[in-house]
Design a protein around this ligand. Structure first.
Ligand SMILES: O=C(O)CCC(=O)C(=O)O
Ligand SMILES: [Fe+2]
Length: 357
């Protein structure tokens, strides 16, 4: 007999010492028994860990290696060339930039959830981050075909998916390589929503009307090597949880950097595993599920001695969707504990808490 979501959350064991691997081979299999088995694995990982690897995710190694090569080219450009594009972004593309800011940037320090998770003896030892050691290029939805992209109605009127991207002229091929991966990862993300719904005992289409124009923001990240004496106040990406529903993360093969915090306050390595991507849940899922699904704190430190690249894709819900606990995640013993806010207000609040404006 399957136990209820609330019971499963009550029995959760989040002292994990490794991140589970889920084989998505069954995703294309229409046999309901196969789908249910897959959803059960997803449910277990979401309730206990909040992170899992996926293999057989359908994105080719060629697409990924092209993305990596193009990132190397882009990030090796002179700083002035790179910041030129960033200025362009802030001046002309306020919408895209603001959306990116709202959804992904303002969360690395003083995170309320981190403090909650880290209360106990380790809290006092938490270093104050002096700054994150990484640079990033952020972009949102865009048709791969450049002529279609120019006339894409999604980019003209739509507040969430749209906002024109500014591509660096000095790195030809970057746009195409990154967008090719983007579209593969967006397709994977869309295929994940029904699995998450089934994992929550909901109808597979439950999230369809809540994710019609949701932002899917991708970030190409570059972490310089951190050499010299380790200073925990300056790390690649400081401890944080992601804001959105879930993140699909590609990590450069062969370089350990990502770490995930377990309930024992231990940092567990999440090394890149060949042929896999990482999926982790964000705060929107924690709100929706009354913390039955975990939005787990993580960080990245590049102590490898060489450059490191990674690519997260953040999937959110539409900004007007109220983040209201779903009934199967509430009980008399587990009342809804988050105030109901819209997804848009939630990210704005996080921004305010971090920057004070
Ligand atoms: O680079 C990584 O491995 C993690 C990136 C991350 O956590 C983020 O951008 O939210
Ligand atoms: Fe993250």
């Amino acid at each position: 007999m399957t136990i209820s979501l609330v019971q499963a959350a009550q029995n959760a064991d989040s002292m994990f010492s490794e991140i589970p691997i889920i084989d998505l081979q069954g995703l294309s299999n229409s046999d309901p028994a196969v789908q249910r088995a897959l959803a059960a694995e997803v449910r277990h990982a979401c309730i206990n860990v909040g992170f899992f690897y996926v293999k057989n995710h359908g994105i080719s190694e060629t697409t990924l290696s092209h993305a990596l090569d193009s990132m190397k080219t882009y990030f090796s450009l002179p700083t002035e060339t790179k910041t030129e594009a960033w200025h362009l972004l802030t001046r002309h593309m306020c919408k895209a930039w603001l959306i990116s800011l709202l959804s992904t940037t303002a969360r690395y320090q003083e995170d309320a959830q981190l403090q909650r998770l880290q209360r106990g003896p380790h809290q006092q030892q938490r270093p104050l981050n002096r700054g994150d050691m990484h640079e990033g290029f952020e972009f949102g939805w865009e048709e791969l075909n450049a002529s279609k992209a120019a006339n894409d109605p999604k980019r003209v009127n739509d507040g969430a998916m749209a906002g024109a991207n500014v591509w660096p002229a000095a790195a030809p091929g970057f746009r195409e390589a990154m967008l090719s991966y983007y579209h593969g990862a967006v397709a994977l993300g869309k295929a994940m929503f029904p699995l998450f719904a089934m994992a929550l005992d909901l109808s597979p289409d439950y999230f369809d009307d809540k994710t019609k124009t949701s932002a899917a923001i991708m970030r190409a990240l570059h972490y310089p090597p951190q050499t010299g004496p380790a200073d925990d106040r300056v790390i690649g990406i400081g401890a944080h949880s992601d804001y959105e529903c879930f993140t699909i993360l590609w990590q450069e093969p062969g370089i350990q950097a990502l770490q995930v915090l377990n309930a024992n306050n231990q940092w567990i390595d999440a090394p890149p595993i060949p042929g896999t991507l990482v999926i982790n849940l964000g705060d929107q899922f924690a709100h929706w599920t009354n913390d039955v699904f975990k939005s787990t704190v993580h960080r990245a430190i590049n102590r490898s001695g060489v450059e490191r690249y990674s690519i997260p894709l953040f999937f959110g819900t539409d900004y007007d969707v109220p983040l209201e606990a779903i009934p199967s995640c509430i009980s008399a013993d587990r009342p809804a504990h988050y105030e109901v806010v819209t997804a848009g207000d939630y990210v704005k609040e996080k921004l305010k808490a971090t920057y004070g404006h």
